[in-house]
Design a binder for this molecule. Structure first.
Ligand code: GLA
Length: 733
């Protein structure tokens, strides 16, 4: 049993294979966190583990002269207004304007299995759930804290349900998903910042006193910061040391923050950003927060990532899609941009003959209306009818040609958007998110559809269903190329305007759920100008996401490295594109582009016919190599070995679960004369011997697992951007 309750001392111990999460209910009914970290016996009494000596810290009635003050107490779900001056996780406004709330323990329940938060994405298939009910005794407002335990993965997923069991409407002013109070501040905060073309860059800084945070107020999780945070001991590296990780299963506005108080205690939180958020609950209604996923390890950052990778691969989203091999895709965006016609696309499809590619994806530019055709990013979003000017015979000839070549057909869509130059906008100017009569912003010349309106939602759902029912489409690239501004919905009453961001995301998920349920074999690749919505919420529906619009291999080293801290390689789409690269103008060897792209969900972003002859000839063998290694690359354990942020090169490896196979990739950034890099491998069987071959199948040698891990493997690149890939096969113990 993952939850152990000691009635006598009112102490709860939540156990995973290697961690414990412990709290107890104080005499005054407050829930005091005692330990989150390495596993402790569930039999112990840990109440001595917190200490406080409240001075200038308000105490409650009944607590005066005792040591209880909410300001001094490691809390489970601190509420605003009752004497805790740190950042609150929860706040409300009652109808008399009172903002005070004081939640105490009422009851608990232990459930078998785990429950996803209602109408929101979440993990499934866990072991047990503990539900704690708290109550604000003055008003009878109830809060339920959910702890979903995944023992094997060392994961606890948390969310909160607020139930308005009072007789008046209540306005929730903040409701974060996770609060974690830690007794010290000896941590570095690792977060992921970036921008369009440069997502998920790693930043690691020492915690300082006060609040440090990342977040988004963009209506999407965004390129700027990823909704995740790691607190790692200063000495923690990839191979050893303590680290806490938290990631939000949500695609909208978020905050991830750590507050270090004057005593050096840390409060870590993640959830919906409290700015731009209010939610009115009528009596009888409830509000569910997104799920936050947390983990702990004392074995370093690779181990922390494994916990996230395993749970994302095995417990997030629909089994069918997440467990299948990922199709190898050719996408025409960088091959043609908007400039194509039927003949050009047919030519690309035909050029895939015999290469072993699974799916051709037709990107932006295929749609329009009678009046206009999407020849640039100015028009047609929302119309979703095939543009006759470009494709006079519709999609059918393309689909048929794909099938003739043994491939399936995929299509780019940006469902949530509307262009002002479109039939849809001409008919429904009020369907866009903006306030009539006020100036408003465009982003990439487009507006966002107000899917919080039922009529807009219904139109969009119907349009997508028709498109997918009328055509044999196996794959969608679901894009989103701007963030929200002018956040106003013509359908919401004044008091519900601050709900628009979250309502939008709920409808986005509702749409994805509806489409994925109706078309269970459809694969949706997420995208938002690359990785502008790379989060667990989106991954629940879209098992892979276009990681960045920067397709260049050397830039991708850092982007994919940072992304891999939380998300498994197979959740990232990475394509080989043409050179000189369209984003950086850099030219890298075809093999290097393959080595980087094949370390994720693999494909091509080019017209094979435009490649130099000797590169084109390599495609079939690359496809073969990916397929042969698909189990290893998609299901194996991924280890970061050398960081492109720290070194002139980068290295990583995959190891199969049975330790029989591994694949090591080394990529030089700029060449350094006489450089010989010695890289210590990880995750192998130290008692076994491994035969090492290169991508051409030539034998390099046979080495002991111990030697490869403890002495290292040496790499001697000869030039800029060179990649060296080794395949390892266990030969004997
Ligand atoms: C976004 C995507 C690209 C491409 C374009 C099409 O930028 O990230 O991959 O699909 O839109 O307009």
């Amino acid at each position: 049993m993952a939850v152990f309750y000691n009635e006598g001392i009112k102490q709860f111990v939540l156990s995973t294979e290697k961690t414990s999460y412990i709290f107890y209910v104080s005499k005054t009914g407050y829930i005091v966190n005692l330990h989150y970290g390495k596993k402790l016996s569930e039999k112990g009494d840990y109440r001595h583990l917190w200490y406080s000596d409240p001075v200038f810290a308000p105490q409650h009635e009944g607590d005066v002269n005792s040591k209880y003050s909410l300001n001094e107490m490691p809390s489970e779900y601190p509420a605003y207004g009752s004497g805790d001056y740190h950042e609150a996780a929860f706040g409300v406004e009652f109808s008399d304007g009172c903002r005070l709330v004081d939640t105490v323990y009422e009851s608990y329940e232990i459930l078998k299995g785990t429950i996803e938060p209602e109408n929101l994405p979440g993990l499934s298939g866990g072991d047990n759930t503990l539900v704690l009910t708290l109550v604000d005794k003055t008003t009878n407002l109830k809060i339920k804290l959910y702890y979903c335990i995944f023992e094997k993965e060392d994961i606890i997923a948390r969310y909160t349900i607020v139930e308005n069991t009072t007789n008046e409407p209540v306005i929730i002013t903040r409701a974060l998903s996770l609060n974690l109070d830690l007794p010290t501040s000896q941590y570095d905060m690792i977060s992921f910042y970036g921008y369009h073309l440069e997502e998920c860059q790693l930043e690691r800084v020492r915690l300082h006193h006060g609040v440090q945070s990342t977040g988004s107020r963009r209506g999407a999780s965004g390129h700027s910061h990823n909704p995740a945070m790691i607190l790692a001991s200063p000495e923690t590296d990839e191979r050893q040391g303590e680290a806490y990780g938290m990631a939000l299963c949500y695609s909208g506005n978020f905050i991830a923050r750590a507050e270090v108080d004057g005593y050096g205690r840390t409060r870590a939180q993640i959830g919906i950003h409290p700015d731009d958020f209010k939610w009115t609950l009528s009596p009888g209604e409830s509000f569910t927060t997104p799920e936050a996923v947390m983990t702990y390890t004392d074995k370093g950052l690779n181990a922390l990532s494994h916990n996230f990778h395993n749970v994302i691969r095995n417990k997030l989203g629909h089994t069918k899609r997440r467990d299948m091999h990922r199709p190898i895709v050719v996408n025409n965006w960088e091959a043609t941009y908007f400039d194509f016609n039927e003949e050009k696309i047919l030519e690309i499809i035909r050029s895939c003959n015999g290469l072993g590619i699974d799916t051709f994806v037709l990107d932006d530019g295929w749609f329009g209306s009678e009046k206009e055709c999407r020849n640039n990013d100015d028009t047609s979003l929302g119309d979703w009818l095939v543009a006759e000017q470009k494709l006079p015979r519709g999609l059918t000839p393309l689909i048929e040609e794909c099938e003739k070549q043994g491939m399936q057909f995929g299509l780019w869509l940006e469902p949530e958007m509307i262009s002002e130059t479109s039939e849809l906008y001409r008919n429904h100017p009020d369907w866009a998110i903006k306030k009539a009569g006020r100036p408003f912003c465009r982003g990439r010349n487009q507006l966002i559809l107000d899917i919080t309106r039922e009529d807009v939602y219904n139109y969009l759902e119907e349009r997508l269903i028709s498109l997918l029912s009328e055509n044999r489409i196996s794959y969608i690239k679901w894009d989103m190329n701007r963030n929200m501004s002018d956040a106003y919905s013509s359908s919401l009453p004044p008091e519900k305007q601050p709900e628009i961001f979250h309502r939008y995301i709920l409808q986005f998920y509702r749409l994805l759920r509806s489409i994925t349920e109706k078309f269970p074999d459809l694969i949706i690749e997420g995208c938002a100008g690359g990785g502008g919505r790379f989060d667990m919420g989106n991954l629940y529906f879209c098992p892979q996401i276009w990681t960045s619009d920067d397709s260049e291999a050397i830039e991708r080293l850092r982007i994919q490295y940072g992304t891999s801290m939380i998300y498994p390689p197979l959740s990232m789409t990475a394509h080989i594109s043409a050179c000189p690269n369209h984003q950086t103008n850099r030219t890298t060897p075809f093999e290097t582009r393959a080595a980087v792209a094949m370390s994720a969900s693999f494909g091509y972003e080019l017209n094979p016919l435009n490649l130099p002859e000797n590169d084109r000839e390599k495609i079939a063998s690359q496809v073969k190599s990916y397929r042969e290694n698909a189990d290893l690359l998609e299901k194996g354990d991924f280890y970061r070995l050398e960081s492109p942020f720290d070194k002139p090169y980068s290295a990583w490896m995959f190891v199969s679960e049975d330790l029989k196979k591994a694949r090591v990739t080394f990529v030089q950034q700029l060449y350094r004369p006489r450089l010989r890099a010695v890289v210590k491998l990880q995750g192998l069987d130290e008692k076994a011997r491994y035969e090492v071959t290169n991508e051409a199948g030539e034998k390099i040698g046979t080495f002991g697992g111990d030697e490869l891990m403890f002495a290292g493997m040496s790499f001697e690149p000869k030039s800029d951007f060179e990649a060296i890939v080794y395949n390892l096969k266990k030969v004997r113990r």
